[in-house]
Design a protein. Structure first.
Ligand code: DOR
Length: 449
C-alpha cells in the first residue's frame, strides 16, 4: 500500500472549508491536521490552490452488467467515474437478467470484484411478483429496493396496487422510486403518434413524459410512504411542482434523526432545459424528461434550500448508433459520470449554491441516506477515498477523452472552470489528472445497519 501525505490543500468537509494536511496510511485517512511532516517512504503531494473533497459517491448509475456489456461495464464505467472524481457508485437493477433476488445481487457483486476502479453497491430490484424475495432482503447487502413506478429501460414496471402496498409495508430496506405514471405516458405517446406518425419531434418528449405524469406518480409514492411509515427516496425529480412536495430541511436533524422521505435530482436537470433539445436531440432523451428552464431554476434552488437531499447522475449509457434512431426507437438515458463533478462545480461558480452544500449532496448525503460505512467524509479512520479539484484547471469536454464505453458525451464542446486533479480510491491513486493509474481496487460497499 502507498502511504501519501497531501499538504497545503483546502479541505471541504461537513459544512466548512479549511486549510490542512491529510495523511493516507494503509488505505485509510490516518490524520488531518494543520501541519503534518512527511515520514520516510511517504509520497508527498503539494495541493496548494486545490480543494480536497471526500470521494464523490454517485447514488444512481446504470453500468449495464450483466447483459448489456455493449453499452457499458464494470471495467469501463468505473474508469470514467474515477476520472471524474467519483470513488463509489450505487448501480441500478434494470440489467439482463434484472436483479430480482439475493442470488442475482450477489452475482453482480462478484462481477464487479477485481474489475471496478470505484467502490460498488447494488440496488435490489422489484417486479409485480417478487414479494417473497423482497421480504428476504438482508439490509446489509444492498442500499435499498428500487421500484420502477413508471416503465423505463428494462421494463421493470411495478403497477399492481396491492403489490405496491405490500412493498411499502414490508420492505426491510429504504425504497427508491422512479416516479412517472405509465398509463398517462402511453396515452400521450399514442396521441403524438396519431399527430406525427413515425416522425415525432424530440421536443415532444417532455410533453409525452409529462410533468403531470411525474406529479401523479410522485404523489402516489409519497402517500404510500406516509401511510406505511416507509423510508422513501424519490429519484431524479424534474419539476418545480414535485419539489414543493418535499420538506426544506437538512437530511439529518439536530437530534441525529434522518428525514423519512428524501429526494434526488440529477446533474443534467441542473444543466439542460427544453431549449437544448434543438441542439442535442435524442442525446438528452431520458426518463424522466429534461423539462423547462423554470424547472431547472427550481431544482437549483432546491439544492440550496435542502429540499433535494442527493445529487446524482443517472449515468445511463446507450450507443451512439442507438441514439441516432428516430425519437420513438431511440433509448432513454445519457452518460454523465465523468463530468458530473466539474459540471456541478460550475453551478457553484455560477452562484447557485455553495461548495460545502455541493459536498453535502454528492459526498456526505449518499453515505448518510444509505448508511454507507466509513466513506463519504474526510474523517480520521475512514477509507481514503479522496477527490482533488483544481478550481481553475479547466476542462474542455472532447470525445477523445471520454472513458465510458459508449464513447460520446452530451457535454461535448463545453468548457468547465474546474478540473479533477487527482482521485484516490481506498488510499491508492486512481487518476492523476491526466490518466488512469494503478489497478482496479474498488471494494464492495458496506451498509452500517
Ligand atoms: O433515461 C433513463 N435511462 N431513465 C431510466 O429510468 C433508465 C435509464 C436506463 O437504464 O437507460
Amino acid at each position: 500500500m502507498t502511504d501519501t501525505l497531501i499538504v497545503n490543500a483546502e479541505l471541504v468537509n461537513e459544512g466548512r472549508s479549511f486549510h490542512a494536511d491529510l495523511r493516507i496510511r494503509d488505505g485509510r485517512i490516518d490524520a488531518i491536521a494543520p501541519s503534518l511532516s512527511a515520514r520516510d517512504g511517504e509520497t508527498v503531494v503539494d495541493a496548494a490552490g486545490k480543494w480536497l473533497l471526500p470521494g464523490v459517491i454517485d447514488a444512481q448509475v446504470h453500468f449495464r452488467e450483466p447483459g448489456m456489456e455493449y453499452k457499458g461495464g464494470f471495467d469501463t464505467e468505473p474508469a470514467a467515474a474515477v476520472a471524474g472524481g467519483v470513488t463509489s457508485f450505487l448501480d441500478m437493477p434494470n440489467t439482463k437478467p434484472p436483479t430480482l433476488d439475493g442470488a442475482a445481487l450477489e452475482a453482480k457483486y462478484a462481477l464487479a470484484a477485481g474489475r471496478s476502479r470505484a467502490n460498488f453497491g447494488f440496488y435490489h430490484g422489484a417486479s409485480n411478483d417478487n414479494l417473497d424475495a423482497i421480504a428476504r432482503i438482508d439490509p446489509t447487502t444492498t442500499p435499498g429496493l428500487k421500484i420502477f413506478m413508471g416503465a423505463s429501460t428494462g421494463n421493470m414496471l411495478v403497477d399492481d396496487p396491492k403489490v405496491l402496498e405490500a412493498m411499502f409495508a414490508r420492505c426491510p430496506t429504504p425504497i427508491i422510486t422512479h416516479c412517472e405514471d405509465t398509463p398517462m405516458i402511453e396515452a400521450a405517446l399514442a396521441a403524438a403518434r396519431a399527430k406525427y406518425g413515425d416522425n415525432i419531434p424530440i421536443d415532444q418528449h417532455p410533453k409525452i413524459r409529462s410533468r403531470e405524469a411525474c406529479m401523479a406518480s410522485t404523489r402516489l409514492a409519497l402517500g404510500l410512504a406516509r401511510r406505511h411509515g416507509t423510508s422513501l427516496h424519490v429519484l431524479h425529480i424534474t419539476t418545480a411542482e414535485e419539489i414543493a412536495l418535499f420538506d426544506a430541511a437538512p437530511l439529518i436533524d439536530a437530534h441525529g434523526k434522518r428525514k423519512q422521505i428524501t429526494a434526488e435530482t440529477c446533474v443534467h436537470f441542473l444543466h439542460f432545459a427544453r431549449a437544448d433539445y434543438g441542439r442535442l436531440g435524442n442525446l438528452i432523451k431520458c426518463n424522466p424528461a429534461v423539462k423547462e428552464a423554470s424547472d431547472r431554476a427550481a431544482l437549483l434552488r432546491a439544492i440550496a434550500e435542502d429540499r433535494v437531499d442527493v445529487l446524482a447522475t443517472d449515468h445511463a449509457p446507450h450507443t451512439w448508433e442507438e441514439k441516432q434512431q428516430p425519437y420513438a426507437s431511440a433509448p432513454s438515458g445519457l452518460p454523465l459520470v465523468q463530468d458530473f463533478l466539474v459540471c456541478a462545480l460550475q453551478k457553484v461558480a455560477d452562484g447557485h449554491f455553495s461548495l460545502p452544500q455541493l459536498v453535502q449532496k454528492i459526498c456526505h448525503a449518499p453515505a448518510q441516506r444509505f448508511d454507507i460505512a466509513e466513506r463519504g467524509f474526510l474523517r480520521e479512520g475512514h477509507c481514503a477515498d479522496l477527490t482533488l479539484v483544481d478550481p481553475k484547471g479547466g476542462t474542455l469536454v472532447t470525445r477523445e477523452r471520454v472513458l465510458a464505453k459508449c464513447g460520446w458525451t452530451p457535454f461535448e464542446g463545453e468548457r468547465f472552470d474546474a478540473r479533477v486533479a487527482a482521485t484516490w480510491v481506498n488510499g491508492e491513486l486512481a487518476w492523476d489528472g491526466e490518466r488512469l493509474v494503478g489497478v482496479p481496487n474498488g471494494q464492495r460497499l458496506r451498509y452500517a445497519r
